[in-house]
Write a protein that binds this ligand. Sequence first.
Ligand SMILES: Cc1ncc(COP(=O)(O)O)c(C=O)c1O
Length: 470
Amino acid sequence: MNKAPLLEELLKYKSENNLILSMPGNKSGKGFLRDKLGRRLKDSLGELDITEVDPLDNLHNPEGVIKEAQELLAKTYKVKKAYFLVNGSSSGNLSAIFSAFNEGDEVLVERNCHKSIYNALILRKLKVIYIDAVVDNNLGIFLPPREEEINDALEKAKSPKGIILTNPNYFGVYYDLEKTIEKLRKEGLKVIIDSAHGAHFGFNDKLPKSMATLGDYVVVSAHKTLPSLTQGAFLLLNSVDDNIEFYLKAFMTTSPSYLIMASLDYSRYYLDNYSKDDYDNLIEMAEKYRQDINSLNKVYIVSNKDMEEKYKIDKSRYLMTVRDGYSGHKLLEYLRSKKIQAEMSFGKGVVLILSPSNTEVDFEKIYLAIKDLNIDLLKTEENIIEFSKSYPKKILEPYEVFNFKYKYISLDNSLDKISNEFIVPYPPGIPVVCPGEKITSEVIDIIRNYIDNKLSVIGLEDNRIKVLDI
Ligand SMILES: Cc1ncc(COP(=O)(O)O)c(C=O)c1O
């Protein structure tokens, strides 16, 4: 008999019975156990994989139950219109950017935005003004931009048509940009907010405010934090846009999964019915155990008081950090050995995505794992490098690099060459060079330093750089 390697590995992973503190937000189905409706969804997943038959409506031309579900969704998020996305927030970002802007438009974009946004900038042939990244060298993470960085980018722009922001970020850090965004919209800029990690924000007053009503377009990934299946997300619209539905059809499959759509409907229903009580319970437990775990003096879970004013941390996430000389990547491996699955690691820590489906037993498991931790196991020789804020000069727009041939050259020979790729050292995960930018001696020094310290640099191939052959 032949093997089914993926399926077999998946079943093996399931049998390990790990505590899932990564995506998806349904946490291996536990998120559907809240009530009878959710349990019926979970128990019938196999049978509910149905196509567009009567009377199940059609996502690409909704007139019945999908239309009704999307109208309820718009009400829940208090927005003008809302759409189910079955190809993740990526499809929402692509659709919003294509609909909001025309070829050649100038837009402000954060340097460390998600890949789907870069893909859209390239495909839509946009002119890019980067908003500088904000780095917290203490925590070894990047933060959402503040008014200062946005204003600096605005000054560099000639006639910007819009701005694309990410808030909160992957670490669960949020910055209050309400006033700034209102001002930008009044000035006529179209505002797109990638709030993929904030689908649950605003549904409990202990969570940061929702971004849902702030932008012209706001994208939230239901599957990251709500009881939705992977790929389920929402596009929320606050202005009139006659073209958006064309782009949604273009960037999503013509065979949308009813399983994903049903889980999206359940996520909205969950927010309406249970978010207040459930997030109260979750945050109460998370806060108690945060203090208990911190008092063990082995790792440190960050809270609002560690953040600069106007930055807030999502209390339904643990940003668990280690001291200098210790490794976040090793902490992730250790937690895995204790059957706790973290979402991700970075040089100085790990991110754990909690959920209202977590019980006291789960928190006790995290607490005991840290209590048992022999901290020497996390020691590392790796140096964490302070991130420099000076960026190279843009010679070409990211999309223009496709007009040229490329070649791979050694780092030492790359001075003054134009990069064909994003070069992204981790941590903190911000590109030191974007496609179309000229490689400077400072960039070479940073990359060399990361390589020498055996840290990860995405975008290199055998330590060689892909540059334009001109
Ligand atoms: C900030 C941000 N935006 C967008 C996305 C894309 O989301 P999806 O995986 O739902 O397409 C991600 C994915 O991790 C993300 O972190």
